[in-house]
Ligand binder design. Sequence first.
Ligand SMILES: *[C@@H]1O[C@H](CO)[C@@H](O)[C@H](O)[C@H]1NC(C)=O
Ligand SMILES: *[C@@H]1O[C@H](CO)[C@@H](O)[C@H](O)[C@H]1NC(C)=O
Ligand SMILES: *[C@@H]1O[C@H](CO)[C@@H](O)[C@H](O)[C@H]1NC(C)=O
Ligand SMILES: *[C@@H]1O[C@H](CO)[C@@H](O)[C@H](O)[C@H]1NC(C)=O
Ligand SMILES: *[C@@H]1O[C@H](CO)[C@@H](O)[C@H](O)[C@H]1NC(C)=O
Ligand SMILES: *[C@@H]1O[C@H](CO)[C@@H](O)[C@H](O)[C@H]1NC(C)=O
Ligand SMILES: *[C@@H]1O[C@H](CO)[C@@H](O)[C@H](O)[C@H]1NC(C)=O
Ligand SMILES: *[C@@H]1O[C@H](CO)[C@@H](O)[C@H](O)[C@H]1NC(C)=O
Length: 330
Amino acid sequence: MKFISHYAILAFAASAACQQTRPVQCLPMFNGTVGNGTVGSEQQISSKTIRSVNATDANQGVAVDATYFYSIDNFSITKHNKTTGQAIMQWFGGANGPIIHLDGAVVINGTLYAPHSNYPHSPETSSVEEWNVTTMEHIRSYSFGVNRGSLTWIDQDSTGTWYGTFANYDRVQKGQTQPYGLSMNTQLVRFSPGPESPFQYISQSWIFPQELVSENFSPMSNSGGSFGPDGWLYITGHDASAAYIVQIPSAGSILIWVATVDLPDIAGQGIAWDRSKGPQNGGNGTLYGISRESKQVVEMSVPLQTCQTTTNLPVGSILGPGSFIDPDSD
Ligand SMILES: *[C@@H]1O[C@H](CO)[C@@H](O)[C@H](O)[C@H]1NC(C)=O
Ligand SMILES: *[C@@H]1O[C@H](CO)[C@@H](O)[C@H](O)[C@H]1NC(C)=O
Ligand SMILES: *[C@@H]1O[C@H](CO)[C@@H](O)[C@H](O)[C@H]1NC(C)=O
Ligand SMILES: *[C@@H]1O[C@H](CO)[C@@H](O)[C@H](O)[C@H]1NC(C)=O
Ligand SMILES: *[C@@H]1O[C@H](CO)[C@@H](O)[C@H](O)[C@H]1NC(C)=O
Ligand SMILES: *[C@@H]1O[C@H](CO)[C@@H](O)[C@H](O)[C@H]1NC(C)=O
Ligand SMILES: *[C@@H]1O[C@H](CO)[C@@H](O)[C@H](O)[C@H]1NC(C)=O
Ligand SMILES: *[C@@H]1O[C@H](CO)[C@@H](O)[C@H](O)[C@H]1NC(C)=O
């Protein structure tokens, strides 16, 4: 079901992109391993807040499916009627249970998958916890133990491949003398399924551009992430009122920072695209986020990218005799 709906959305995106006259969003300069990654040189995109809904669990993140949205706190999840925002069911684990720090979630085919960690305790541990959204019962757990950092988000791209971030922090936690892993060590990972879990193996990983980390994440890290109906990956920090579009490079290990989306009514944390809706309103998509400060789930309308993300960016050029370049004089 999920695959079919994603392909339908992408097909719709492609045909919508052909018809409309809006300027192409993707900048042609991000075509190699040497993006101009200076702060502010990436494309700037604005958004519009549609509504804000009070939700006592709007503290870590949000998830959304075709009928409901879910507000997520450290050890509780509330299911809301998507139309009215009314809270209709809650899972509550309590402070003394095994689930202590959920960071957000994504709902796929009736299962809510939530990244979980023991933040801010040492050593950093992580797991994926799963709920049945019909009954709101906890149904599965997959533990990474100590592995790369604290898992802050997970999501599937349009092909069904799972990604996520293991975050690390420049902040020195209470009772510690060293930074909690260093923000620059935060890694986007691609999962590869095994017999026990879709998250069993990590096949590749990347770090975030230094300026994105130092200007927008540090002393915290990448908190939220969600693939848009346009196929692009949108991520958030811990506090900034923005999401960042990043792209996997064709070579090397540093993600390319493509664009920044201004999201004035949220402050970092978990985000979730409503992919049941796809592009609408002239090419905007529907993004959910939270405001920790006002304890609200925020629904936003965000212009989608009108070009497709590609894994085939050119890397370098081939030169013939007479045009060889001496690297020392480049
Ligand atoms: C969706 O979940 C149901 C069980 O609730 C399962 O039978 C079905 O195979 C799943 N579909 C996909 C595409 O994973
Ligand atoms: C992108 O490609 C064009 C044409 O090949 C080239 O002039 C430009 O320098 C490239 N930009 C980057 C950031 O690599
Ligand atoms: C990067 O882009 C910005 C904004 O377009 C520009 O002002 C700056 O000169 C560029 N820096 C480099 C090193 O190309
Ligand atoms: C689409 O998003 C832009 C924000 O850049 C906003 O100005 C516009 O009103 C949105 N369109 C709709 C129909 O919400
Ligand atoms: C939302 O919460 C605020 C602050 O507690 C309160 O003033 C407001 O009446 C609430 N709105 C609704 C629709 O319940
Ligand atoms: C959630 O967990 C974080 C980290 O342990 C903690 O700082 C925060 O106070 C907790 N919030 C709630 C509402 O339990
Ligand atoms: C959401 O609430 C409205 C108004 O009470 C109701 O008509 C609708 O059936 C509810 N949706 C779900 C999925 O329960
Ligand atoms: C959720 O629970 C319902 C009721 O027991 C069951 O029919 C459904 O298959 C379950 N779905 C998943 C994804 O576990």
